[in-house]
Design a protein around this ligand. Structure first.
Ligand code: 6GU
Length: 235
C-alpha cells in the first residue's frame, strides 16, 4: 500500500514541481508514494477567494484565515489518526529521529498531511482546532512553509523501503543508525587524478577491510572536527 502524502499550500505549483522531479517523482511513478497537492485558496469562503487578512490589534504582515485552512485539512484528511504537520519556525526541530517517527506514524495511518503556513502566520484558532504537530527545519526564518514541507517530504520518502535504488544507501548516510549518527567519509570517483590531486591510495588497493577501516576513521575524524556534538563519549 502506498503512502499518501498531502501538501496543503497557497502555492501548489511550487510543490508540484519538486514532487515530480528526481527520486521523489520516481517514487510516485513506482507507486511507493502518492502525492496530493491541495490549494488552500480553493477553500476560501468569499467570492474574492480571500485567504488572509490583517491581524486584529494591528501590526505588520498578513495572517492566514482560520476557515480555509481548517476546511482544507478536514477535506483532505481521510484517516483521523494521520499526522498533521504545520510547518512553522515555532515548531520542534526536524532531525532524522523525528523523520523516522513521522514515517512510522504516517505508514500506520496510510497518510500524512503537511500544512504550509505563509505570510506572518495562521490564525491561532486554526492551530487549536487542528492540533497539528508543529515542525521547523532550523533556526532561521523562511518566507513560507513550502520549502520546509518539501524538506520533510524528501526526508520521509527516501526512508520508505525500496525508494532509493541501492537499499543500503539510506542506512549508510550521515545521521542514520548504521553510522551511529556520524558524518559521511569523503567519496571519490573518476578521474583518479585531477589538477594534480590524487585519490587516497587505499581506495585503489582492492583491500576491502582496509578500505572499510579507512572510511570509518575518516568518518570519525570528520565528526570529531565538524560536529563534536554528535560524538559519543567512548568514540
Ligand atoms: Cl517550517 N517555516 C518557515 N517559514 N521558516 C522556517 C521553517 C518553517 N523552518 C525553519 N525556518
Amino acid at each position: 500500500m502506498s503512502l499518501s502524502v498531502k501538501v496543503l499550500t497557497l502555492f501548489p505549483d511550487m510543490i508540484r514541481a519538486v514532487l515530480e522531479t528526481s527520486i521523489l517523482g520516481r517514487a510516485a511513478r513506482q507507486g511507493q508514494v502518492d502525492y496530493t497537492v491541495v490549494d488552500i485558496r480553493d477553500f476560501a469562503v468569499d467570492k474574492h477567494r480571500t485567504v488572509d487578512d490583517y491581524p486584529y490589534g494591528g501590526g505588520a504582515g498578513m495572517i492566514m484565515m482560520a476557515p480555509p485552512v481548517v476546511e482544507a485539512v478536514e477535506a483532505a484528511r481521510e484517516n483521523d489518526e494521520a499526522p498533521v504537520l504545520l510547518m512553522t519556525p515555532q515548531g520542534e526541530r526536524l532531525d532524522e529521529e523525528l523523520v523516522l517517527e513521522l514515517l512510522d506514524q504516517a505508514s500506520g495511518a496510510g497518510e500524512i498531511i503537511l500544512l504550509c503556513g505563509h505570510y506572518k502566520g495562521i490564525d491561532e484558532r486554526a492551530i487549536e482546532l487542528l492540533n497539528p504537530r508543529e515542525v521547523s527545519i532550523g533556526d532561521y526564518v523562511l518566507t513560507g512553509g513550502e520549502l520546509p514541507a518539501l524538506v520533510v517530504v524528501d526526508a520521509l520518502v527516501r526512508r520508505i523501503p525500496g525508494v532509493l535504488g541501492n537499499s543500503d544507501s539510506a542506512e549508510q548516510d550521515s545521521f542514520t543508525a548504521a553510522l551511529d549518527g556520524r558524518l559521511e567519509c569523503p567519496w571519490y570517483t573518476r578521474p583518479p587524478e585531477y589538477r594534480g590531486r590524487e585519490i587516497p591510495e587505499v581506495l585503489l588497493s582492492g583491500h576491502h577491510a582496509n578500505i572499510e577501516a579507512w572510511r570509518r576513521e575518516q568518518s570519525l575524524a570528520r565528526t570529531r572536527q565538524r560536529r563534536p556534538d554528535l560524538m559519543d563519549d567512548d568514540q
